[in-house]
Design a protein around this ligand. Structure first.
Ligand SMILES: [Zn+2]
Ligand SMILES: [Zn+2]
Length: 157
């Protein structure tokens, strides 16, 4: 798709994995190829109001330590970690060169930009524009901060 970059894909190498670290991947990705999927299958698979994905080429993606796979329908399977439960992506069961990885599973998810909404029939409008809601930082929540201190650990940055 032509954009401000005149159609030149800007691919960068990125890594990610599940919460417990058992599953790890590396891939080459265009951060502008991200999107939200609001379909009911993705809501159930991730527990969110939408799944947030970036499309990558399967050929560019290496599972350093492989995921478990759930056949979520006759046409699709979803990688996840059976130890910690992290949803890691989406892949058609067959016939596709690409797959999706979940934005939140990347080690640094900060540079992705969504370009469209998919599964628009499942959009829950109340969650789309939340920018005016009050913002409470984790490190301002004294009960949470004390729990981390009591556990002798540092809160995740
Ligand atoms: Zn895990
Ligand atoms: Zn979906």
């Amino acid at each position: 798709m032509l954009g401000s970059n005149l159609g030149i894909m800007t691919r960068i190498s990125k890594s990610g994995g599940c919460q417990c670290g058992r599953v790890r991947y590396t891939t080459s990705v265009d951060p502008d190829e991200a999107y939200l999927c609001h379909c009911r299958m993705c809501q159930r698979a991730t527990g969110g109001v939408a799944a947030v994905f970036v499309s990558v080429a399967q050929a560019d993606t290496q599972w350093v330590s492989g995921p478990d796979w759930y056949a979520s329908s006759p046409i699709a399977k979803r990688p996840f970690c059976s130890a910690c439960g992290t949803p890691l992506g989406f892949q058609f069961a067959e016939g596709s060169a690409n797959m999706d990885l979940t934005i939140g599973s990347f080690d640094d998810p900060s540079d992705f930009r969504p370009k469209h909404h998919f599964g628009a029939e499942g959009i829950h409008e109340a969650w789309l524009d939340t920018s005016a809601l009050p913002r409470i930082r984790s490190d301002e929540h004294t009960v949470l901060v004390q729990k981390w201190k009591d556990a002798g650990a540092q809160p995740p940055a």
